[in-house]
Write a protein that binds this ligand. Structure first.
Ligand code: XMP
Length: 513
């Protein structure tokens, strides 16, 4: 199940740092692209309906023993090929060109001179800045190739053989530091490979809808909603395909942010008219969390209870054999391009009900996160859902240090709402990866009016990040911090102090538990 079109460009991955980026850039040119391992067979390439190939960069030297090489049959398929960096050197090496270690490393922005006769550079200036990162160089192009660009250190910075439709560039067209990189990719895709820019959001949605219908038929299907963009987009897509056959389940474990439940009701029941089961399980989760202080035990407890609730609901929906999963393409890549079929446990709800016998429908499994957002927008999801910052499955429970109680939840939920409100008002919500409040398990002395107080502090945590693997504390403007501080202290009962977390990850983590 995917939004895969007939024609695709396969990025053959030789261990590149940038393989994902290449696929994304190709998709930005409205041509579908996927990453495949370098030892893919020619048959598999044909089976996947590849219309063109891109050989990625990689850390090895092509002349070293054990360096990754493609199956020689691949070049005999007659498909257009673009080699990038290591891929460029591979083309030279596999044919009869010459690759050597020059002792000169070209790294960073480099001036390149273009000869006016190449397809890759058609319509582009003869002097360009490109991004280089290599030690080896192609010293001689293979026969049949013309050299189309050079730099001070690379006599063959680009080469092409239009007859065999083979193209190589030493630089990285996929990175933004090569300003004309996308134009060069477009020249390869539309000019050299004769592809058309037809992979648009509308076509992606149409295709996915068709595939969902074919897979689900007249059967019933269930989808767990978390309030985040992935499950929401997957649900709306499946609903578009099979309408009332879909039932969405939203488990309110009482650990959500303010108004989250209402928003799910508004969006899915009132706006999209979907079958929605809204399980009010607040008391149940709170009871299970009584006395629990260890972060991992909290996670496990919430995860298990979640599955139990979900199973109970699913059992009542008799004859439902299909389950929607919001798996994304990066999840598939992370699980190894080779075993792309591996099913990821639904990290957002803390694990799939394992013993349940569902056929999975994963309508987003070929999309990157930003593509999911674009699809969500196209499908009419509200901006608050489409652009929502990530939120952990165990919710506010891992932002309350120590035992979770109803009182602490109320304090944290109110404080968190103010933090988010002020960040949104300052126009910072989208550029900040996550911003939220944390309630530590301490009290401190304060003074309000003439009275001494002994109350909780609230920690403000805001980070910037690309992927949550590393993060930096966000430099919030003083005025924003001031408003957060004064509002939290004035409006949230039980709080007399606001502090700011200025730790990056590593060594800290984004969450406090
Ligand atoms: P840390 O705190 O490890 O968080 O830097 C990295 C990212 O993961 C999210 N997170 C979780 N998400 N279940 C989830 O679904 C969890 O138990 C969990 N713990 C952390 C966190 O919000 C951040 O985006």
């Amino acid at each position: 199940m995917s939004a895969k079109p007939q024609e695709s460009v396969l990025v053959v991955d030789f261990g590149a740092q940038y393989a994902q980026l290449i696929a994304r850039r190709v998709r930005e040119c409205k041509v579908y692209s996927e990453i495949v391992p370098y030892d893919i067979s020619p048959e598999e390439i044909e089976r996947r309906g590849a219309a063109a190939l891109i050989f990625s960069g990689g850390p090895s030297s092509v002349y070293q023993e054990g360096a990754p090489r493609p199956d020689p049959g691949i070049l005999e398929l007659g498909l257009p090929v673009l080699g990038i960096c290591y891929g460029h050197q591979l083309l030279a090496q596999e044919l009869d060109g010459k690759v050597e270690a020059t002792g000169i490393r070209e790294y960073g922005k480099t001036e390149m001179n273009v000869k006016g006769n190449g397809i890759l550079f058609e319509g582009l200036p003869l002097e360009q800045t490109v991004w280089m990162s290599h030690g080896d160089s192609v010293r001689g192009a293979p026969s049949g190739f013309q050299i189309t660009a050079h730099t001070a250190a690379s006599p063959v910075a680009a080469m092409e053989d239009p007859e065999r439709r083979l193209y190589g560039v030493q630089f990285h067209p996929e990175v933004i530091h090569t300003p004309l990189g996308k134009d060069i990719l477009k020249n390869f895709l539309y000019g050299a490979a004769d592809l058309l820019p037809t992979w648009t959001m509308v076509s992606i949605i149409e295709q996915a809808v068709g595939e969902i219908r074919a897979k689900v038929g007249n059967n019933k299907i269930i989808c767990g909603l978390s309030g985040g963009v992935d499950s929401a987009t997957a649900a709306v897509l499946v609903h578009k395909a099979v309408g009332d056959q879909l039932t969405c389940v939203f488990v309110d474990h009482g650990l959500l942010r303010k108004r989250e439940g209402e928003q799910v009701e508004d969006t899915f029941r009132r706006h999209f008219h979907m079958n929605l089961i809204h399980v009010q399980a607040q008391q149940r989760f709170l009871a299970r969390l009584e006395g629990v202080t260890d972060p991992e035990v909290k996670r496990k407890t919430i995860g298990e209870e979640f599955i139990r609730v979900f199973e109970e609901v699913a059992r009542e929906l008799k004859d439902t054999h299909f389950l929607v999963q919001g798996t994304l393409y990066p999840d598939i890549i992370e699980s190894g391009t080779r075993d792309a079929a591996r099913i990821k446990s639904h990290h957002n709800v803390g694990g799939l009900p394992e013993e349940m016998d569902f056929t999975l429908v994963e309508p987003l499994r070929s999309l990157f996160k930003d593509e999911v957002r674009a699809a969500g927008e196209e499908l009419g999801l509200p901006e608050e859902i489409v652009w929502r910052q990530p939120f952990p499955g165990p919710g506010l429970a891992i932002r309350i240090i120590g035992e979770v109680t109803a009182e602490k939840l109320e304090i944290l939920r109110d404080a968190d709402d103010i933090v988010l409100d002020e960040i949104k008002r300052a126009g910072l919500y989208k550029e900040i990866w996550q911003s939220f409040a944390v309630l530590p398990d301490i009290k401190s002395v304060g003074v309000m009016g003439d009275e001494r107080t002994y109350a909780y502090p609230i920690v403000v945590r805001a980070v910037t990040s690309e992927d949550a693997m590393t993060a930096d504390w966000a430099r919030l403007p003083y005025e924003v911090m001031e408003r957060i501080s004064s509002r939290v202290i004035n409006e949230v009962k039980g709080v007399n102090r606001v502090v700011l977390d200025i730790s990056s990850k590593p060594p800290a983590t984004i969450e406090w538990e």
